[in-house]
Design a protein around this ligand. Sequence first.
Ligand SMILES: [Zn+2]
Ligand SMILES: [Zn+2]
Length: 555
Amino acid sequence: MSNEFIFLPLGGSGEIGMNMNLFALGPPEARQWIMIDCGVTFAGPELPGIDLITPDHGYLLDDLDEGGEFLGMVLTHGHEDHIGAVAHLWPDFECDIYATPFTAELVRRKFDEVGITDAPIKVLDLSARFKLGPFDLEYITLTHSIPEPNAIAIRTEFGTVLHTGDWKIDPMPVLGEATDRTSLTDLGEAGVLAMICDSTNVFSEGHSGSESDVADALSQIISEQTGRVVVTTFASNVSRLVSVCRAATATDRSVCLLGRSMLRMIDVARHVDLLPPGISFVEPSEAGYLPHDKVLYLCTGSQGESRAALARIAREDHPELSLGEGDTVIFSSKVIPGNEKPIYEMMNALTDMDVTVISSDDAFVHVSGHPCREELKDMYQMVKPQTSIPVHGEARHIEEHAKLAMSLGVPHAVTPRNGDMIRLAPGRIKVIDEVPSGRLYLDGRILLPQGEGVIRARLRLGEEGLIVVSVAIDKSGKPLGQPIVTVKGLPREDNDGEELLPLIEESASDVMRSLPRPKLGDDKVIEAAMRRAIRAELFPRWGKRGDIVVAIIRG
Ligand SMILES: [Zn+2]
Ligand SMILES: [Zn+2]
C-alpha cells in the first residue's frame, strides 16, 4: 500500500478536555506515529473514587504491535487537558517527550509524582524546528492563558498542516512574546493543507481581550480596597499571578500564596526564569501579622474545589486565614460549566461572612485564553488553510467552527470526533475509518478501562449500601453457630422504629435452621435462600432490595 498522511484524534474532539492528537505517515501496515498532547479530564461525582480520566490509547498500542512505529510525544503547552496523562501513559511507549522549558518542567514534576525518574524529556527552545522521523516540526509562539503556548507546524512530503493547540490573539500579553504573526503568515503564503484548530470560544463574538487590560482593571479594584484582599485564579495563569503581584506592590501590599498548586506554579515559573524581577512573597505566618490593608492573598480554589484554600476559607476551616467584614475576595476566573454549584455555594458562604465578593459578573477581572470569532477570523486570514479541521470542542463547537471557517472562504472542512481516522493526503481530506476510542479511569494508581464493572459496583454501594452475611458449616454439613451479619450504609431503623439489623440476623438464622441438610451442601442454594428471605423482610420496610453478599465458610 502507498504512503498516507493521517490525523487521528483519540481525545479532545467532541469534548473539551483530554486532548490526544495522533499524526501518522507511511503505508497502513507500517505507519510512523507522533502524538501531539496527552491530556486528562477531571471526573465528577458520577465516577466515585476516580480523579482523572485519560484517553484510551488501545488502538495505537495495537497498531504498534502490528508494524507501526511510535516516534514520540510533542506537547503544545502545560494545561492539564494537554499534559495531564503524559506520566500515566508514557510507560506504554517509553518514548521521547518534546516540550518548551516551562511545559517540560511541569511534566518533569508529574513524572516525579508517579516515581518515574528516567523519562527522556527533550527541552526545546521557543520557535524550535526539529525532525521526528519523516516529520519536520516547528514550534510557533502563540498567546494563551499559560506561559509558552505553541502551535506546531507539521511539514511532510505531502505538505504542511498547522496544529494550533490552544490560543488566543493577545496583542499585549503580560508575559512572553505576542503571537508570532510572521511565522503564521509565512506558513499561509507557502500553503497549508489543513489547520487543526481550537474551537472552545467559537460561539463568542468579538475578541477574548488582553491580559494587560485585566491587569489594569485588577489594579484599579485592588487599590480601592481597605481590608484584606484575596484573589483566586487558575494557578497556571502565571501572567495573571504577575499582574496581581504588581497591583499589590503598587498599593503597598505584600503577597502571600495559599494552596499547593499556586506554590508549585510560582516555583516552576521561577525555575525556568519566567518571573520578572521585583516579585516576592511573604509566608502565611508573616502575613497574619500584617495590617489588613497591607496584605493580599493569591489563592487556589476558583472552581470551588473542596480541598483547595478558598473553599477552606469559606468554611472557616483554613489554618492561616479567616476573613470577615471589610475583606474582599476577587474571583479572577470563570465558572467552568459543571462547577456552578460549589462555586456559588462558596460565594454565598463568603457573603454570609460579610466578605465582599467580586467576580466577572460585576467587574472586568478575567479574560478567556481561547479565540473568539474575530480572532478565529484573523487566524484563518493569516494561515489560509485549504481545509479546516476544528478540534478542542464539543460537537456543537466543532460544527459551528466548521461553518465559520467555510463562511471565511476556507474551501473545505472536516469535523472530527474521537476515533475518526482522517486521511490528510493523498487526495481530498476525509474520514476513512472509525477506530476504537474511549476513556481510561485513573483509580488510585490503576488505569481502568471505561465500562469495567468497578464504577457500577461503587455507584450501587452508594445507592443501597452493603449487607454481608457470613455463615459457617462444619465437615458433617451442619451449621456452626449463628450467621454473622455486617452492614454498611444501611438505615438503622424503619419509620416505625423497628431496627433493621436484628431483622436481617433473624431471617439469616431462620434460613440456616430451615434448610434441609442436603441443601446446605450447595452454596448457590444457601445464597439464593438468604437473599430471598432478607429481601422479604427488608423491602416492605425500606422500599429497597439491598446489596446482599453471602460468605460461606466450610470446615
Ligand atoms: Zn486545552
Ligand atoms: Zn490550554
